[in-house]
Write a protein that binds this ligand. Structure first.
Ligand code: KG4
Ligand code: ZN
Length: 386
């Protein structure tokens, strides 16, 4: 099944064309085309993602990105097919720029595309609508079924790329991103239950806020981690004790990250950064505190003996130290770990094609041509299929 997937939930515009298959108990994903435009530099001036700016940038990027992905994927040019163009354009009343550009996509012979997958949530509503309205227009223009897809399922299933057997069930999933910090229980029928979540800030958000306090810029996770690694190299046996580990001893699987950020704020107020080595030490102290909590909750969940595997996903999985620690924990408990490739941890559209295919393969979603009335679900729970 060839799936064209679209991701616009936050500040990355992504379009992929992926050949998805399932045989001999394995999933296989072959990338035919994959393009991503990040707006991170633009939003950096605001220190976070600015929704109306995100919408504008998605609207500018989306059609040229689809066009490039189709070309990269070897989709042939054909005679103009304008039959459905007017009714397709109706979906883009609120996206004049996209509406105007849609015509450029009438020149492709889309016989080889089987479905269009699009992120419907969770995310920023104005940003999500650009992808969803474009997908509805394409579905009408080319007469292709739509697969409304949960962004968080993209993070859950990205570890199946490029080829893997399905997780061993019941599986534990750890999702750590700029908007989410969750532990999920997934059964064989792919029913998903939220075991624990953050009560305030997400871990990625904590990294981003801490980076701003440390004067490192946005998005901050990777920058803090780079600083922290310098300190790890210089002082491998150092024990971090400067900051609190909120809720680490708590019985639940919930976490809390706002107190850690406040502790850093107060520390810096009383002890301004001295020099480069002090900056890397503070980054390491912060990173250790943040990771101790989430790794300990994950380990506690695995030690219940209820889970046959662990899958991990989300932007913070790019963190080298977190990957190391999770590999260590799962090795010592002899639990298989499903870990995404580095490039698939932060937001991308490949993972949306993967999640869409997995949901169809497991009958969580039917491929329906008539489904044009899909909507954005900005606060969609990780436990929900559309
Ligand atoms: O999944 P993602 O791309 O977007 C959301 O859906 O939120 O995650 C982005 C988050 C940001 O908060 C970023 O700071 C964090 O992932 N991040 C990291 C690292 N790389 C990205 N956090 C810690 N260490 C990293 N190396
Ligand atoms: Zn994400």
């Amino acid at each position: 099944m060839n799936i064209l997937s679209i991701e616009t939930s936050c500040d990355e515009t992504g379009v992929s064309l992926v050949k998805c298959s399932y045989n001999k108990n394995r999933y296989h994903f072959e990338v035919l085309g994959n393009n991503l435009i990040s707006q991170a530099d633009l939003h950096a001036t605001f220190g976070g993602v600015f929704p109306s700016l995100a919408k504008r940038e998605h609207a500018k990027a989306i059609i040229p990105l689809i066009e490039k992905t189709l070309r990269d994927g070897g989709v042939r040019e054909a005679a103009h097919e304008r039959k459905n163009l007017d009714s397709a354009k109706d979906f883009l009343e609120r996206e004049p720029e996209t509406k105007e550009a849609l015509e450029r996509l009438t020149t492709f012979d889309t016989n080889t595309i089987d479905a269009i997958a699009v992120t419907v949530g969770p995310g920023l509503s104005p940003a999500l609508w650009v992808g969803v309205n474009t997908a509805r227009a394409l579905s009408t223009l080319w007469n292709k079924p739509l697969i409304p897809t949960n962004h968080m399922h993209g993070h859950i299933f990205s570890s199946l790329f490029p080829s893997s057997r399905m997780f061993d069930f019941p599986a534990l999933a750890l999702l750590v991103s700029g908007g989410h910090t969750e532990l999920l229980a997934i059964k064989e029928d792919l029913s998903i239950e939220i075991l624990g979540a953050t009560r305030d800030d997400a871990i990625g958000e904590a990294f981003d806020k801490a980076a701003r306090l440390l004067g490192l810029g946005y998005p901050g996770g990777a920058l803090i981690s780079k600083e922290a690694e310098k300190h790890r190299d210089a002082y491998p046996t150092h024990t971090s004790t400067l900051f609190p580990r909120p809720m680490i001893k708590d019985d639940s699987f919930d976490v809390s990250y706002s107190g850690l950020k406040t502790a850093l704020l107060y520390h810096l107020r009383d002890n301004p950064i001295q020099d480069a080595s002090n900056l890397s030490e503070l980054s390491r102290e912060f990173e250790d505190a943040a990771l101790d909590v989430i790794v300990s909750k994950t380990e506690k969940a695995l030690k219940t003996g209820l889970f046959a595997s662990l899958t991990i996903g989300g932007g913070v999985i790019a963190n080298t130290e977190l990957r190391k620690r999770l590999i260590h924990v799962t090795d010592s408990l002899a639990v298989p770990l499903y870990i995404p490739e580095m490039g698939l941890t932060t937001d991308n559209s490949l993972m949306i094609a993967i999640a869409a295919f997995v949901s169809i393969q497991n009958k969580k979603m039917r491929v329906r041509t008539e489904l044009k009335d899909i909507e954005v679900r900005a606060n969609m729970s990780s436990s929900l299929f559309y």
